[in-house]
Structures are given as C-alpha cells and as structure tokens.
Design a protein around this ligand. Sequence first.
Ligand code: CU
Length: 248
Amino acid sequence: MKNRHLAPLVVLHLVIGAITAAVIFGVDWWPDQASEQAVRADHLMWFLVIASGVIFTGVTAFLVYATWRFRAPPGDESDGPPSHGNTRLEIVWTVIPVLLLAVIGIWSSVTTGRNEAVASDREIIEVHAWQFAWEFTYRDAGFTTGDLVLPQGRQVELIMRSSDVIHDLWVPEFRLKEDVVPGVTTNLLIDPTRVGTYPLICAELCGAGHGIMRSQAIVKTQADYEAWKRQSAATARAAGAPAPAPTN
Ligand SMILES: [Cu+2]
C-alpha cells in the first residue's frame, strides 16, 4: 500500500471504530442474566457482536475511502483499468472467515452441550400450553399453577405439551426458548441463578390471542421455593382440587 493511503485509512478506521464501539458498548442491549444458560449465551453473543463490529469498521473504512479517493472526475464516462485479481488478498479474505466460522461453530456446540447437561437432582415441572394460556404442574406436590415458579441454584427440567397448535415458551432473562408442539413432548433445561420475576412469553404466532399469551417466571430461593410448594399443595388439598390429570 502506498503511504499516501495509509494515514487517511488509519483515521477512518479510528473514527468509524469509535462510533461502532460507542453503539455496541453504550447501549444496554440485553435483559438481566437469570440463568447459567444466559451467561454462556451472552459470552458467545458478545464475541459475535465484537467480531461483527471489527469487520464492519474495516469494510466501512475501506468503502468510504475508496468511494472518495477513487471517484470518477465529472464527465468521465470511461471504464476503470481492468483488474486481474490479487491472490494474497483472496487468501486473506478466505482464511479469516474460515477461522472465524470455525471458532463460532465450536464455541456454539460447546455452549449447547453445557446448557443441556442434565443434573441428576433436577426438579421436574410439566408445562401445558393451549390457546391462549400456560399451565404449570408440580406433579410430585399434586397441584397446578399459572406462573412458573423455580428454585434458585437448582436445575429445572420443563416437560412441555400443547393441546392445540404450536406455541413457544420464552423467558428472555434465561436466554432460553423452546417450541411446544402438539403430539410431541419437548424439554427445556434451566439453571436459574437470580431471584426475581421475569416475563414468560409465547414466541410463536399461535392465533388471535397470541399477544396476551403471557405469564411469569418467578425464581425463589430454595427455602422460599419449598415453602411455596408446601403452601400451594396444602391450598389445593383444602380446596378439594382433584389431582392434576395424567398426561400421555
Ligand atoms: Cu402461543
């Protein structure tokens, strides 16, 4: 590269890089992290966003510089000089994306594997979805609720069924989303880490009431969770509620 190109390109990289970094780091893009899965997903996401920012900065700086520096003079209708390729450049722009995609692919599969590692002492909660509501059954305690209550620091497995169309259980703070499909049982593993109340949303357009198909995911400390479970079971028994219907 000739030296007269170097200085303006460095300045353009610095200016565009600074604007890109300000947008990436200056905006609070993501909700709280309330599960181990959220932390792993966000590490991968940060890598993707930062790598994208670096590529965006380089491409935009060269594009802006080339558009300005090599623009045609007014009235010049002629073609530019022919170009017969640049082997070194083509190797560089092939090798870098290959390495980047390999890192993303391996990192994604490691993240998925760790997110789906099953704990032997996990709590099982059955999920029933229909147009347009969620129902959560704590079968070992014999009751059903409309909110998903989970213990902090203990893995939960959701066993999910739909009685009509495809729904999709999504809690943004857990960074987890899974379809609930009629005729099929789907599962979702969650390791809640943070006490709090988070929106639980249907993320599949499932009919006219899709927009109101919302509930809450409530993470409690283990002591509070056990107390809530005992209390809910006692209330259900006192009300003479029948045991939750068996699911197929
Ligand atoms: Cu739905």
